[in-house]
Ligand binder design. Sequence first.
Ligand SMILES: *[C@@H]1O[C@H](CO)[C@@H](O)[C@H](O)[C@H]1NC(C)=O
Ligand SMILES: *[C@@H]1O[C@H](CO)[C@@H](O)[C@H](O)[C@H]1NC(C)=O
Ligand SMILES: *[C@@H]1O[C@H](CO)[C@@H](O)[C@H](O)[C@H]1NC(C)=O
Ligand SMILES: *[C@@H]1O[C@H](CO)[C@@H](O)[C@H](O)[C@H]1NC(C)=O
Length: 335
Amino acid sequence: MRSAKTLFSLFSVLGTARHALGQFATRLGGVNTAGYDFSVDTDGDYSGTPSPPPTSQYTHFTSEGANLYRIPFAWQLMTPTLGGTINSTFFEEYDTTVQAALDSGSGVYVIVDLHNYARWNGDIIGQGGPTNAEFASIWTQLAAEYGSNDRIIFGIMNEPHDLNVSEWAASLQYVVNEVRSAGSENYLLLPGSSYSSAETFPTEAGPYLVNITDPLGNTDKLLFDVHKYLDSDNSGTHSTCVTNNVDVLETLVTFLQDNGNRQAILSETGGGETTSCYTDLDQELAYVKSAYPTLVGFSAWAAGSFDTTYVLTLTPYSNGTDQTLWTEAVLPNLP
Ligand SMILES: *[C@@H]1O[C@H](CO)[C@@H](O)[C@H](O)[C@H]1NC(C)=O
Ligand SMILES: *[C@@H]1O[C@H](CO)[C@@H](O)[C@H](O)[C@H]1NC(C)=O
Ligand SMILES: *[C@@H]1O[C@H](CO)[C@@H](O)[C@H](O)[C@H]1NC(C)=O
Ligand SMILES: *[C@@H]1O[C@H](CO)[C@@H](O)[C@H](O)[C@H]1NC(C)=O
């Protein structure tokens, strides 16, 4: 008992030291709970109505070991006018979901995910569309709501694509500065381009994003946000998988380690209810687990308001039984 306790204390001290340095020091694993993003398209258009993810899923998945939930929302729902104030009625609805996720376990983290592809109604942020100030406005308002909660991670933007990465990096730098000016010390997730591709990150946006600075003093709280699917065109629209992505993730890890020992989160990945995906997704997530802390963890796509017939569904059946993909590939790799 005594030696076990000493060992425990040693780990506690190391944990504290690591935290003091500020890098993310908890391995994360969980799932996206979609719904507030339904109908946002890749052009940043939005025409839907909010579909709150069932809160029962948080206790369900947390009891199985999940400690990360990414909760996407449409920009137009949170601020109906570009650059305007948050709709408090919608925010209360969204926040009820966020709090249910946090309340499902004391070690649970939530990614607040602005799911708009770097666009508002077809126009690109900082590149003819919303100004950087309009983009920062939603985040300084969310910083006022969530800035004191260190279990909330700000997913600054979902899946930018087809834009100038140099100018995109400048937009991100603007938001980082404004969020810190607003008093928030939350971890921030910074995405590259090509739909947050983990594969293109080291050669496309990565070289620009590693140069983004944090007014907090170092880059420990700036994590990179990457996505990767396992189907033939990396779109996440097919039920069969053709790769376990380990080669792509190894290249990413090398890039991150060579550029200041930075960290990333695989915040979207997934497959269908097929044996190829049971195998490939399990191998991918086992690699993510082995690459901690460079890869902080993953959130699989997707549960929430998706029904049990959606091609990449991880929504449990109404009788409480999980999808086989969850039990075969995700569950074994949770923290
Ligand atoms: C604000 O949010 C509520 C709840 O989602 C919605 O009913 C209302 O229409 C929204 N207001 C605006 C101006 O979009
Ligand atoms: C991207 O933007 C930068 C800065 O405005 C500019 O110098 C560069 O030429 C642009 N790149 C492309 C490919 O348009
Ligand atoms: C990043 O910063 C380094 C050091 O200042 C500089 O050499 C490099 O060109 C920058 N990278 C990009 C893509 O701007
Ligand atoms: C739960 O429902 C699913 C889908 O209908 C079914 O495949 C599974 O066998 C059920 N599990 C139990 C324990 O009844």
